[in-house]
Design a protein around this ligand. Sequence first.
Ligand code: NDP
Length: 248
Amino acid sequence: MKLKDKVAVITGGNSGIGLSIAQEFKAQGAKVAILGRNKVTLEAAAKSLGENTVTVQGDVTRISDLEQLYRETRAAFGKIDILVANAGIAKPMPFSEIDEAAFDETANINFKGTFFTVQRAVPHLNKGASIILVGSIAGQIGYPGMSVYSATKAAMRSLARSFSAELLPMGIRVNNLSPGPIKTPIFDKMGLSKEEVDAFGEQMKTQVPMARLGESHEMAKAALFLASSDSSYVAGIDLVADGGMSQI
Ligand code: NDP
């Protein structure tokens, strides 16, 4: 029970990595609040998480939704100890074809959304709070079709440092988690056919020294380290969990 009586807010806690983090944190004794846009997956997530769960339907690009998330969490649980800024999208496209709307969609959710997710949380966070950003190894390596996505994820690595520098005097730690390729619904939302998604997954595997895709629950364990007092002397780092893909 590494998070007994802690309160954790997880954006994108209704799917994939965010849902696994919410499940792991609950198993470790936390109360959780999750934010997402999709009513159906939010309701399913709430059911699987059980009692002591707050669900807020909202969009990280809308500051009023973020403020509602924190207000509702405080109203239900009285405090916030952990924030996981996990919500994100990935829509591969050759950079020559990216128009302004496609650029803005990814930049607004992944970069601007994360920035304000953290900024608006700070007045609600306890001394000793832990903030976890979710970047990606795409922020470190060049991959075709991922230029905007990768740049937004490189920004997470930078924000973990800048936010730590400003928030450590308040006793708040900020770290970045960089997953490698993880089996989640994100691949089904890329606008690719099932065959293309399968081929993408197979091709990814060939690039991972561990020769497999990662699982969401493995990311949840990495997030648990950053969320708990096990990482009490850790701030501003990039915790890479990628089967060795970016390192070996
Ligand atoms: P999923 O698609 O399963 O989950 C993404 C989550 O983000 C969903 O819960 C989604 O909710 C939420 N979300 C997206 N846009 C918004 C928005 N505008 N406002 C609120 N919530 C939003 O993908 P993953 O679990 O794979 O991705 C989670 C994070 O991990 C992302 O930041 C992703 O970039 C990162 N990552 C994933 C990797 C992978 O291989 N899977 C690798 C590296 C990093 P809703 O559906 O309700 O909009």
